[in-house]
Design a binder for this molecule. Structure first.
Ligand SMILES: Nc1nc2c(c(=O)[nH]1)N[C@H]1C(S)=C(S)[C@@H](COP(=O)(O)OP(=O)(O)OC[C@H]3O[C@@H](n4cnc5c(=O)[nH]c(N)nc54)[C@H](O)[C@@H]3O)O[C@H]1N2
Ligand SMILES: Nc1nc2c(c(=O)[nH]1)N[C@H]1C(S)=C(S)[C@@H](COP(=O)(O)OP(=O)(O)OC[C@H]3O[C@@H](n4cnc5c(=O)[nH]c(N)nc54)[C@H](O)[C@@H]3O)O[C@H]1N2
Ligand code: SF4
Ligand SMILES: [Mo]
Length: 679
């Protein structure tokens, strides 16, 4: 039996270290690695089920080609033919347009490890191409941090233990960041109080001392009211405000019009609840605000984050142990190809196609049109809004390639499907956007059938470009994966992780002893060098300069419910459907008993959930865990485009996101649906 160090590369706060057990070249078991103090020898059920996934009968084994997308008439082809088909198509494009701009890259977060930024690097190596840019995930919140602090930083999760009060605004770590729960529990044992503010009584809310079921999109009003309360009662931290902030007076003045009645009416909170929150704030000297990524998927999502940032700043809860506002950080996204991704991906020579424009308009309206699309680490026909519209766009693009583990809905609508390796089959490095650990992922087993890593695929293509195109690709095609990883080393990587090169880092886990407190040196990166209540940059970008509540789109017709599609414990976005060990994710809609009674729906009834975009049929579950105005359906579970919950999600921009991702974020949770029994 051989044991290998592995690190889970999913888009997940945890980035767990794992040990794989290999017998006769076969992966037989995966377990947590105790050497990573954060993930502490534990992994989630999905992680434990990786053996099933690696050897699943539906895993892609060979390159496959279909002339007509969606025909299902795939033929197995060799890698050599696959490369030839791609190069022929691209040469034709080059001849026809004298440019490669008609070739697009549509990439996201299926595997976040360093080696998986090779497609971005490869595309940059060919000269200008088209990039579909924008983050459906976290962009608005990062921009909010940019306006207030200068960039997004967070303390190490261990700082949770030093808090007296932890307020979780629309995050669900019991499902999405499981290892953080240990720190929450330790804090509580030491006397800290845990508050959860969420329209859904989540698994995390069930652990809390206080749960407040707020109406979606009104947290800004609550945060403003709490800031006003602190100032009115002389509880603000005047020293912090004077020394480290900009625009406080303007913020204070702007709060004048706010009334408690308006706050209660709009947030749906009781006077009792509001008073409790005020007392908790007033009596705590170390407050850890945790803002979830789900929190900002609204048309006012960035602004909501700014209001919470402002609340913490008024109170001086920044840069101290156990305090601060925490969302996510990019301190570990510093490898060469990752930083190049942010620079070059958005470089002017590339044609930038903002995600939401692409979904609305497709690629044929462009000049030159999109003639070819490369999809990697992304399953848009399940995860992006309006997937049937995207399917139409794919139909109209003459040549679509998808690199995948499984024949996903997206792969089915591609001409060429290329099988990729899992992280057990290749070396890599994965870091987290929550903790600051570093873990090297060893290769444990040989690639499954003919699967290749994204890096290997890009290398193969680069070699053939060098042979057949006038201009060679600058992609480092002849490197081994280890050498490729080594090329990503720079001084920031050395400073952050302490390893001089990949060879030193190989097989290691690095978890820093010193625990970071974000902004403890108050080196704010804003134009004023201070925390900015008043942001001139926000104003210049057409946004409110002050962190004052701004209403999101609100549906006044009581027949409509606000559609919430958060993240589920049984999946990781659209992944882990192929695992018998994970209970099947049947799509269900959860509604409040008051709404159900009015609509004549009882537990287990089949209902239609519909709006102007689509009608889906599913079982209803009636529960007070969801707010009166909300319909909850977990995202990611669908196995077909036509059943995907994103059919019901409109393409609506969130207010911010362009600075972080080149495009505004998506207000996933500002769509509305009717729920009616099947008559
Ligand atoms: N309704 C609704 N929709 C949402 C959200 C929501 O809250 N509600 N959340 C959004 C968020 S936050 C996110 S981050 C996105 C996530 O959207 P995606 O990044 O598209 O999500 P995944 O399903 O994790 O991964 C996409 C695909 O990558 C493939 N993959 C895995 N490993 C590899 C690899 O090594 N190489 C290649 N080429 N492919 C690989 C997987 O098999 C999978 O099919 O979804 C968004 N969609
Ligand atoms: N098991 C599992 N873990 C995951 C993922 C997964 O799919 N499955 N996905 C990963 C990814 S890509 C991401 S982005 C993260 C997401 O991590 P989280 O942010 O923790 O999770 P979400 O489900 O996006 O949303 C969190 C909560 O925000 C609440 N919310 C939405 N709108 C509002 C609002 O207006 N006000 C308030 N107060 N709350 C609101 C929702 O009800 C939900 O409970 O998790 C990562 N981890
Ligand atoms: S999905 Fe997240 S929690 Fe589960 S093993 Fe991977 S990193 Fe850990
Ligand atoms: Mo995400």
């Amino acid at each position: 039996m051989q044991m290998k160090r592995q690190v889970c590369p999913r888009n997940c706060f945890s980035t767990c270290s794992m040990i794989s057990h290999v017998e006769n070249g076969q992966l037989v078991k995966v377990a947590g690695d105790p050497d990573n103090p954060y993930t502490n020898g534990r992994i989630c059920a999905k992680g434990l089920s990786y053996v099933d996934q690696v050897y699943h009968k539906e895993r892609l084994k060979y390159p496959m080609y279909q002339k007509t997308k969606g025909s299902g008439r795939f033929e197995r082809i060799s890698w050599e033919s696959a490369y030839e088909i791609i190069i022929d198509q691209w040469l034709d494009i080059d001849r026809k347009y004298g440019s490669l701009l008609p070739i697009g890259l549509y990439k996201y977060t299926g595997d976040l490890s360093v080696g998986h930024y090779a497609p971005e690097e490869f595309f940059s190596s060919m000269g200008p191409t088209t990039r579909i840019v924008g983050s459906p995930c976290a962009a608005a919140g990062f921009d909010a941090a940019f306006y207030d602090f200068g960039c997004g930083r967070s303390s190490d999760p261990e700082q949770l233990e030093a808090a007296e009060l932890i307020i979780i605004w629309g995050a669900n770590p019991a499902v999405t960041s499981i290892h953080s729960i240990r720190y929450l529990e330790t804090a509580r044992k030491k006397g800290a109080k845990l508050v959860v503010i969420d329209p859904i009584l989540t698994k995390t809310a069930q652990l809390a001392d206080y749960y407040f079921q707020i109406n979606p999109g009104f947290d800004g009003l609550l945060a403003n009211e709490l800031a006003k309360f602190l100032i009115d009662h002389d509880l603000q931290d005047q020293t912090y405000i004077n020394k480290y902030t900009h625009g406080f007076d303007a913020f204070h003045q702007a709060l004048a019009g706010l009334t408690e009645d308006a706050v209660l009416e709009n947030t749906g909170l009781s006077l009792d609840a509001l008073s409790t929150l005020k007392k908790l704030l007033a009596s705590s000297s170390r407050i850890f605000h945790w803002i979830g990524l789900g929190f900002q998927r609204h048309t006012n999502g960035g602004q909501m984050v700014r209001t919470v940032n402002a609340l913490a700043a008024v109170h001086g809860m920044i840069g101290k142990p156990g305090s601060g506002v925490h969302y996510a950080h990019s301190d570990t996204w510093i490898f060469e190809n990752q930083t190049a991704f942010f620079k070059e991906h958005l470089e002017e020579t590339n044609r930038i196609l903002p995600l939401n424009h692409w979904i609305d308009l497709g690629g044929t309206v462009l000049d030159p049109p999109l003639e070819s699309l490369w999809i990697s680490c992304r399953n848009p026909l399940i995860q992006d809004p309006q997937p049937s519209q995207i399917r139409e766009h794919l139909k109209h693009i003459p040549f679509v390639v998808t690199a995948e583990l499984f024949l996903t809905e997206t792969a089915k609508w591609s001409n060429l499907v290329l099988p990729v390796t899992t992280f057990f089959e290749e070396e890599d490095i994965a870091t987290s956007y929550w903790h600051r650990g570093f873990a090297f992922n060893e290769k444990a087993i040989e690639p499954y059938h003919e699967a290749k890593s994204d890096f290997e695929i890009m290398s193969g293509l680069a070699c053939r470009i060098d042979e057949r195109f006038h201009t060679p690709s600058s992609f480092p095609a002849h490197l081994t994966k280890r050498e490729y990883l080594n090329r990503q080393w720079n001084n920031d990587v050395r400073r952050q992780f302490g390893f001089n090169d990949v060879h030193e880092a190989a097989e290691q886990i690095h978890y820093p002893e010193e625990k970071v407190i974000s902004w403890d040196t108050h080196d704010y990166l804003t134009p004023s060098g201070k925390f900015e209540f008043y942001s001139e940059q926000a104003l210049q970008n057409g946004l409110p300069p002050l962190p004052i509540h701004k209403q999101s789109v609100v549906q006044t017709n009581p027949d409509f419910l606000q559609l919430f599609t958060p993240h589920d414990s049984r999946g990781l976005n659209s992944q882990f459907k192929h695992t018998e060990a994970i209970p099947e994710r049947m799509m269900q809609v959860y509604i409040h008993p008051d709404f159900a009674a009015k609509a004549g729906i009882t537990e287990g009834d089949l209902v239609n959930v519909f709006n102007e975009h689509a009608k889906l049929t599913m079982k209803a579950s009636v529960t007070k865990q969801v707010g009166r105005k909300v319909a909850l359906i977990y995202q990611g579970s669908a196995i077909s485009v036509d059943q995907a919950v994103n059919q019901l999600v409109s393409v609506i921009d969130s207010d911010m996101g362009e600075i972080a991702s080149g495009s505004k974020g998506i207000a996933y949770y500002d769509s509305y649906v009717k729920v009616k029994p099947i008559s």
